[in-house]
Ligand binder design. Structure first.
Ligand SMILES: [Cu+2]
Length: 166
């Protein structure tokens, strides 16, 4: 699949919005703690959204988030986003996301995120999104993401998105 400029702009919009998520709920899988998973609500026409969560590794060996799957979307990728030479860029983490011992890795706007492609139903604020997180060592856990309307808090970013979601 190829994505043009519009896709990149949308991804940027998904990534940079500042949002203070409440700690809604959490999960435990072995020595991993998974906190406040949420997905960004999207207009019905959108083909892509993003998901966020926190993962704390309380074990004695490093682990790795290697795959995320959901029946509610065609595909989910684990992405990183960072500024290179003044330009915000993102790319899939082909080896997954490293979870070092004793650390909390946060997937949040502007940083690591889950890229959710082709949601099968519109992602409506207040509803739920189910996904399976696959870890290299800890195994698999089913997680419920709250769908939240992040754009309500940044009307400006919302403007630019309208050009890219059609
Ligand atoms: Cu992305």
């Amino acid at each position: 699949m190829k994505f043009g400029h519009g896709f990149f702009t949308l991804c940027l919009w998904l990534g940079v919005t500042v949002f203070g998520a409440a700690w809604a709920h959490s999960y435990k899988l072995g020595m991993l703690e998974i906190g406040s998973p949420y997905v960004r609500a999207m207009p019905a026409s959108a083909q892509v959204s993003s998901g966020y969560l926190k993962i704390t590794n309380k074990g004695e060996e490093a682990d790795r988030l290697i795959e995320v799957r959901s029946d509610q979307a065609a595909r989910i990728e684990i992405h990183e986003m960072r500024i290179e030479e003044g330009v915000m860029r993102m790319r899939p983490l082909s080896d997954g996301l490293e979870l070092p011992v004793g650390e909390t890795v946060t997937l949040e706007p502007g940083g690591y995120h889950l890229m959710i492609f082709e949601p099968k139903e519109p992602l409506i604020a207040g509803e739920r999104f189910q996904a399976e997180l696959h870890f290299a060592k800890a195994g698999i856990v089913e997680v419920t993401f709250n769908i939240e309307d992040i754009s309500a808090q940044s009307g400006q970013a919302d403007e630019s998105a309208h050009h890219d979601t059609h």
